[in-house]
Design a protein around this ligand. Structure first.
Ligand code: NAD
Length: 384
């Protein structure tokens, strides 16, 4: 694919929305986009306050002339340049994703959007429609399904290595809401997170549950058809949902369980995916993201690692450093950015497209429907 970059002649140009100084995920997007040379970040809107946006962007090292006060200003001024931004990456507070993404698509820009893509499923379906109508690309920043070993899990499922699938267990457990943040002094980030009108229908789902569902659906290549969920706040004096436990039925009546819990003191982004079939099982843990446990009937358990020579070349190519050197979320984000860029370049050159596996807005819309179903379920089975 390096030859593609050469044929295209230059990196694509990306503008950032959000991700100002001090934000959590901003540097992850910026550095991941540029990691392999597919994109060059040219500027953006870095705050909801125009002056803070200009100062913040300049302090991150961007040309002040390309640090804008609003998305409208960015679109208008970039259009007048010979080298305009061709895509935006959205990493603002959750309630702004939908209007920013809709406006960017309408302006003819490709979009990489952080999750949750919208407030609800209706808005997400609207983004699907706009993406198609404008012929754009729309990726969702679900990094966990872009690790080499989670891609290999999907490869094994596709290849039938596990046989007929029987059960899926997915969980994402984290300490982000373990403290009594609700009662104490709040910074800008906590103010929008702890306000359910801004952070979404269920904070734990906006924050981490969406990743768990997307990872499981990706790995077994099935949507969740029905769910029976318990959504609650275990933290005291809390207005947002911090815990969702659910029984799942994927398409094809595949059964599973789902746990998203954000008030787990001591936990550190513990994500685990186990998939069981009639020939064996696989087990992936984010704590040891570069390895995948595989146990097939009559073969005993083994562990494969990122970069193992006998892995398919497409899986090996998702890693960068030799085995044993840690890689993680940044590289997974970079895999998404690389695939979006390759698809855009191939489309522009009119060349055939492989089936890139980055998460798309259609998956984002399914996740929003899943979140709605979890919140509505209240212990009953409901359709997604
Ligand atoms: N994919 C992941 O793994 C992952 C991880 C963390 C956060 N996120 C998502 O990223 C988003 C941001 O999260 P965060 O923790 O970095 O938040 P944050 O509060 O730390 O940062 C938000 C940034 O957006 C800027 N901003 C606010 N409103 C804006 C607007 N209207 N226009 C331009 N900039 C604006 C703020 O100034 C700030 O710099 C959230 O949607 C969150 O769900 C995703």
């Amino acid at each position: 694919m390096a030859a593609l970059r050469e044929r295209f002649g230059r990196p694509l140009r990306l503008a950032i929305l959000g991700g100002g100084p001090g934000s959590w995920i901003g540097h992850m997007h910026r550095s991941a986009a540029e990691l392999d040379g597919w994109w060059r970040v040219v500027g953006g809107v870095f705050s909801s306050d125009p002056e803070r946006s200009r100062d913040g962007g300049a302090s991150l090292g961007f040309d002040r002339a390309r640090c804008y006060g609003t998305l409208d200003e960015l679109i208008a001024k970039e259009r007048g340049r010979p080298d305009p931004a061709e895509a935006v990456a959205i990493m603002t507070p959750n309630d702004t994703h939908y209007p920013l993404a809709a406006a960017a698509l309408d302006a003819g820009l490709d979009v990489v959007c952080d999750k949750p893509v919208t407030h609800d499923a209706n808005e997400a379906r609207d983004l699907v429609e706009r993406t198609h109508r404008h012929g754009r690309l729309f990726a969702v920043a679900h990094g966990y399904s872009a690790y080499p070993m989670t891609r290999y899990a999907r490869h094994l499922v596709d290849a039938g290595a596990l046989g007929e699938l029987r059960y899926v267990q997915v969980e994402y457990i984290q300490s982000g809401l373990a403290m009594r943040l609700d009662d104490g002094p709040q910074n800008n980030r906590l103010r929008w997170l702890l306000d359910p009108r801004r952070s979404g229908l269920a904070l734990v789902m906006s924050a981490i549950g969406c990743h768990a569902q997307q990872l499981a659906s990706f790995a077994v290549d099935r949507r969740v058809a029905r769910v029976c969920a318990d959504a609650l706040a275990v933290g005291p004096n809390r207005r947002v949902i911090d815990t969702v436990s659910a029984l799942l039925r994927f398409d094809g009546d595949l059964a599973g369980t789902f746990t998203a819990f954000q008030a787990a003191a001591g936990s550190e982004n513990d994500i685990r995916l186990r998939i069981y079939g009639d020939k064996g099982m696989i087990d992936w843990s984010h704590r040891d993201a570069s390895h995948l446990g595989i146990a097939l009937l009559n073969e005993g358990p083994r562990v494969v690692g990122r970069g193992d020579a006998n892995l398919p070349p497409g899986i090996v190519a998702l890693g960068r450093a030799p085995r044993g050197h840690p890689e993680g979320l940044r590289e997974a984000f970079a895999n998404i950015y690389a695939e979006v860029a390759q698809e855009r370049m191939l489309r522009t050159l009119g060349e055939p497209l492989p089936a890139f596996r980055y998460p798309r807005i259609e998956e984002g819309a399914h996740t929003m429907a899943f979140i709605e179903a979890c919140v509505a379920s209240q212990g009953r089975w409901v359709d997604v």
